[in-house]
Design a protein around this ligand. Sequence first.
Ligand code: NAD
Length: 267
Amino acid sequence: MTAQEITQTVLVTGASSGIGQGIATAFGRKKANVVVNYYSDEEGANHTLDMIREAGGHGFVCKADVSKEDDVISMFAQTINEFGSLDVLINNAGIQKDSSFSSMTIEQWNKVISTNLTGHFLCAREAIKHFEATQRSKREGNAAGNIIFISSVHDIIPWAGHANYASSKGGILMLMKSLALEVAPKKIRVNSISPGAIATDINDEVWKDEEKKKELLKLIPYRRIGQPDDIGKVAIWLASAESDYITGTTIYVDGGMTLYPGFLENG
Ligand code: NAD
């Protein structure tokens, strides 16, 4: 059996909708075992699981708030209990609580940081504990474990009115790199995918409104809004042995949004 044919077990946080659903379904097409984590939308999570099964994969839905340590520990225990091991963690769960800076409440700040940054830390820590304990590098051509953070172009693009969100994503950048450095000698890989504008619930008030959509497209040199599957396809590759020499890197999947689009015609 080659490295590519090994069935992967993958845990995707926030997989009841949007990008998480797209990634979970893409792994379903690879016949993977997928843990579909959700926060409150059980129906959405079950729909994701249906799509995974239709595509030939396996899985189960698992309710957990990634910002709660006990929930996260329990979710990993259920994963190991069901599938015996974990190969890939996709740290995807994330929220926005937008506000001008002077009006931002401590609740808005804490909620975003605890979900987008602390939640990613807690899940990564449990995954690393498992990877270290099982030392799964025995399998030729495969890493001993793989973590992918779903960050954002706002880990490097400042965003007025979204200081909590941009701070959480900027935090992920150094969390990802520091962790990647620490665990690389153990053959554990850690990377980020930073999406640009992907049509999901998080930004539907923009892409469902023709005027706002037109404005948004000006920020995307490739002139289309991304779809969850654009991220799913990259996640599959980044979790595979095809990308085995990549760790500590961010892949921007953004139709060129990080290329300073304002300079397209005004250089
Ligand atoms: P979405 O709202 O559809 O998905 C977010 C998911 O996170 C939801 O399923 C939600 O239930 C889950 N979630 C929220 N709080 C949680 C918690 N405490 N515990 C567990 N799950 C929780 O939006 P999306 O666009 O699919 O966002 C997914 C990720 O992609 C986020 O991290 C977001 O910041 C990032 N992202 C999205 C875009 C975009 O344009 N859509 C761009 C850049 C980055």
